[in-house]
Design a protein around this ligand. Structure first.
Ligand code: ADP
Ligand code: GLC
Length: 475
């Protein structure tokens, strides 16, 4: 089976969040189980030159705004699978990866270029695996083209939803300029008079998946559907949840190159050294018995920042350190900086994006907070489990599927989990965790339970192969 994975970001070429982790790791995992897979992603200004091994195509002609424009594609295997990076500086060499009013235009171009490249490579893929709204354009183009172009006739599309909150909306009047003139395309994009790339992808792709079982159900409800729940319900017989994996080549305390000392499930002693290094990094007192509660996150409403803000005060009252790495809403960034200024010997804050620090926090912290309002999957709670850092999460989406609440009677569970979106409930769990931490034997058991969990990509990749097969047999 030949599979092309298309994504707007992929590690190590680019990353703003979990989509990058997933799109970098899935093609590698597919390849490892024998699938002929390759990745297509943009080459950004942020993509390091060392990852661009050589030029694969230097005259990639893309029909754009009625004209043929010339793009390029680099080749790399830096993520462990064949990768083609579409290079078109006017649209992709920018200060940030997303956040421009014309993002819809940038990714429409990327989609056209990705399909042009695939065709140029020769053998048509059986499956084109599309990710999030940035790939909704390719879903429509492919569905249209396979009606009359023999090359695409055997190709089927799988569309993965990583986050329903971002839908790639723009004016219907822009569609012709992006190359979409048919009634079929207009209908696909049309969402109450606006164009939505997410809606188009959901409507015309052969099958749909999302990144946890629970989120697959949640997006069929008004609470989590972001106004598209009617469509996910309509297509529910072709929608499945596959929980993301963890790339243990990147996130493994036994080998992690960002850590001063390594540790494992059978020998946790190095974790204390990582805790010391983390406290030093933030110029906090080296008090190893005081628990560190940590957070690494985009500072947006999705992540429950309002609960994190309230919880931070509770953590200080409960005698813990609080360490946060994040960027996003200015108001929350300011709050964190103010909290650090208020309690400089107990709070460490880094506003910004810092990959190395994210690893050190996973290793050196004792508890990890994720009180999300919604969470399609979430990766940090799974990283935390592997690093013996106990997650405190809200029971939504992938957090509910991957964290089991600690039960002192049966000695089962690997974290602390609460359901209502309320600071009181988070507070209860903060105190429960604080209490459990005091008993070294109990704490070690919770850590061991978490470290024993296998969230490797291999399982997820096998589930994707099943989905691909099902898609080929049922479309
Ligand atoms: P989301 O994709 O919604 O942001 P995930 O939990 O799936 O949430 O993935 C977030 C990823 O981004 C993780 O790999 C996490 O370590 C990383 N991350 C988030 N914020 C930062 C930051 N400020 N610095 C470094 N890494 C970050
Ligand atoms: C999105 C979601 C996150 C998920 C990630 C990768 O960014 O917010 O929950 O883990 O995609 O699928």
């Amino acid at each position: 089976m030949r599979v092309a994975v298309i994504s707007s970001e992929a590690v190590p070429y680019s990353k703003t969040g979990g989509l990058g982790d997933v799109a970098g790791a899935l093609p590698k995992a597919l390849k490892q189980i024998g699938v002929d897979s390759f990745l297509v992603t943009p080459c950004y200004w942020q993509t390091k030159g060392e990852y661009l091994w050589h030029t694969a195509v230097d005259d990639l002609w893309v029909t754009w705004r009625g004209q043929a424009v010339q793009a390029k594609a680099f080749y790399s295997e830096a993520n462990g699978s064949p990768t083609f990076l579409i290079d078109y500086p006017p649209l992709f060499h920018r200060d940030s990866i997303y956040g421009y009013t014309e993002d819809y235009e940038r990714f429409a171009f990327f989609n056209h270029a990705a399909l042009a490249l695939i065709q140029r490579l020769g053998t048509a893929p059986d499956i084109v695996h599309l990710n999030d709204w940035h790939c909704g354009f390719a879903a429509v183009e492919l569905a249209s083209r396979r009606r009359h172009e023999p090359y695409w006739q055997g190709t089927r599309t799988v569309f993965s939803i990583h986050n329903m909150a971002y839908q790639g909306g723009f004016g219907m009047g822009q569609l012709p300029a992006l190359g979409f003139t048919s009634t079929f395309a207009r209908n696909a994009f049309n969402f109450n008079g606006y164009a939505s790339a997410m809606k188009a992808g959901l409507e015309v792709s052969d099958t749909l998946s999302t990144v946890s079982k629970r989120y697959a159900h949640e997006i069929q409800t008004a609470e989590f559907g972001h106004d598209l729940d009617w469509l996910t319900r309509q297509r529910s017989s072709r929608l499945i949840g596959i929980t993301n994996g963890v790339d243990y080549d990147e996130w493994n305390p036994e080998t992690d190159k960002e850590l001063p000392v390594h540790f494992s499930k059978s020998d946790l002693s190095g974790k204390a050294d990582c805790k010391r290094a983390l406290l030093e990094q933030f110029s906090l007192p080296i008090e190893l018995d005081r628990p560190i509660f940590a957070s690494v996150t985009r500072l947006t409403a999705q992540k429950g920042v309002e609960l994190i803000r309230q919880g931070a005060g509770d953590i200080l009252a409960a005698g813990g350190f609080f360490i946060a790495l994040g960027s996003g809403e200015k108001d929350s960034e300011k709050f964190l900086q103010a909290l650090r200024d208020y309690a400089p010997s107990r709070v460490g804050v880094y506003v910004g994006y810092n990959e190395a620090l994210a690893h050190l926090i996973e290793a050196g912290a004792d508890m990890f907070l994720m009180p999300s309002k919604f969470e399609p999957c979430g990766l940090n709670q799974m990283y935390s489990l592997r690093y013996g850092t106990v997650p405190i999460v809200r029971a939504v989406g992938g957090l509910d599927d991957t964290v089991q609440n600690w039960d002192a009677v049966t000695q089962t569970g690997n974290g602390f989990k609460f359901a209502p979106f309320s600071s009181d409930k988070l507070l209860e769990k903060i105190y429960e965790a604080r209490f459990a931490y005091e008993d070294k034997k109990t704490w070690a058991k919770i850590q061991q339970n978490g470290m024993a969990v296998d969230n490797s990509w291999e399982n997820a990749a096998k589930n994707y192969v099943e989905l691909y097969k099902w898609t080929l047999g049922n479309s």
